[in-house]
Write a protein that binds this ligand. Structure first.
Ligand SMILES: [Zn+2]
Length: 398
């Protein structure tokens, strides 16, 4: 009967099940690092022989490496350990800021293999310039290691990103509006784009100080200020990638002008350039360095200390807004806020407690240091490979 065949529930074909299992296993090893076959069996709920076959396929593709740990118990069969292949495929991760561009090749497991940092130029950073830098690195990689071609490119940008199209909506501190960076890059490598705070929270959730924490916020303080949000274990990006743009909440309509066109946005009080200006130093693009402000404040220089204390109070208020709105378990603060937290924790917490209904939110710096957004860019670049591990067949990567 035709009708029966239409209403019959879909049954996954064996190759689809195998594909999903390969994805689950490789994703687990990518996120957790080396695991014994026994752990894989337990974590994935699959039989020993199935795990053995899946590991064999991923091993044959050069994606994982099976080893027998030395030492340990001499009795019984040694448990093989399955880890990311150190010479397996890599992605090219790019963390774009107003001050500099960090580019790195990152392997399965999140290890940074090689890194390039270009300081910001006096001229404005244009999409064409960024594409040219990435193109030059790909070309140099290709010359030095002809067999190595990254399996993906991930870009972290200080702006809003539409997750459906990958287009950058607005990056106020770069002066970019409606930019499609992907169109400027080589067409033979998949390119993924994300907002810096969104990628930072993703990376910290997978392998940083946000592990096992499903209600997590990353508040990033660079030239701009923005929040990346994980709610109930899922990324909260918004309709057009604008969720978490707390830096452009107006806290004083009579305040300083902001790159976004408004006045008195949060980032004009607590961003990197705001801190430099309050301490009487030039903006970061003109040679100012926030480390000088923090060092002077530690030595008791009055103007720098006042600037740092004011920024700490404003940061506490910003965290209170996030706490009242999202009720996160933990808020990680990165960029210049990491140092601000180290130097002014009590002032930040005092301000947070004065403005928040719930004072139990945990405040921490990032586990990945200054690399959260860079590693997050690598994570989105790896999605193609993790979703279809055997698609690397034919791509030389060793
Ligand atoms: Zn603004």
């Amino acid at each position: 009967m035709r009708r029966e065949s239409i209403t019959r529930p879909a049954v996954a074909r064996p190759d689809e099940i195998r594909g999903r299992n390969l994805t689950s296993l490789l994703t687990l090893v990518h996120h957790e690092g080396p695991l014994s076959r026994a752990e894989l069996t337990g974590r994935l709920g699959l039989g020993r022989s199935t795990i053995g076959a899946l590991v064999g396929e991923l091993d044959a593709q050069g994606l994982v490496r099976v080893s027998v740990p030395s030492g340990g118990s001499q009795t019984g069969r040694p448990s093989h350990v399955v880890g990311p292949h150190p010479d397996g495929p890599c992605v090219l991760a790019v963390d774009l800021t107003v001050d500099n561009t960090s580019i790195a090749t990152v392997g399965i497991g999140g290890s940074i293999r090689r890194r390039w940092t270009s300081p910001g130029a006096a001229d404005p950073l244009t999409p064409g310039l960024v594409a040219a830098r990435i193109g030059a690195i790909l070309e140099s990689l290709g010359r030095q290691h002809p067999a190595v071609r990254p399996v993906g490119i991930g870009l972290s940008v200080p702006g809003t990103v539409d997750r459906h199209t990958g287009r950058i909506g607005v990056a106020p501190n770069l002066g970019w509006h409606d930019v499609d960076l992907r169109a400027l890059l080589p067409p033979d490598v998949p390119v993924s784009v994300g907002n810096d705070a969104d990628l930072a929270v993703l990376a910290e959730h997978i392998r940083g100080n946000g592990r096992h924490c499903d209600d997590l916020v990353f508040l990033i303080g660079r030239s701009g200020v923005g929040a990346g949000i994980i709610a109930g274990g899922l990324s909260l990006l918004g309709t057009a990638g604008r969720a978490g743009e707390i830096g452009h909440n107006v806290i004083d309509p009579a305040g300083p002008p902001c790159h976004c066109g408004q006045r008195g946005c949060l980032e004009t009080f607590v961003g990197q350039d705001a801190l430099l200006a309050a301490a009487g130093l030039p903006a970061s693009g003109s040679g100012g360095d926030v480390a000088i402000v923090f060092n002077r404040a530690r030595n008791g220089e009055r103007r720098s200390l006042a600037a740092v204390q004011q920024a700490a109070a404003s940061l506490g208020e910003a965290v209170a807004v996030l706490a009242n709105l999202l009720d996160p378990q933990r808020v990680l603060v990165g960029g210049i806020f990491d140092r601000l937290l180290a130097d002014q924790r009590s002032r930040i917490e005092h301000s947070l407690q004065a403005r928040s209904l719930d004072t139990s939110v945990e405040l921490q710096g990032p586990g990945l240091g200054a690399d959260s957004a860079l590693i997050g860019a690598a994570e989105i670049a790896f999605e193609h490979l993790l979703n279809d591990p055997l698609a690397v067949r034919g791509i030389a990567h060793r």
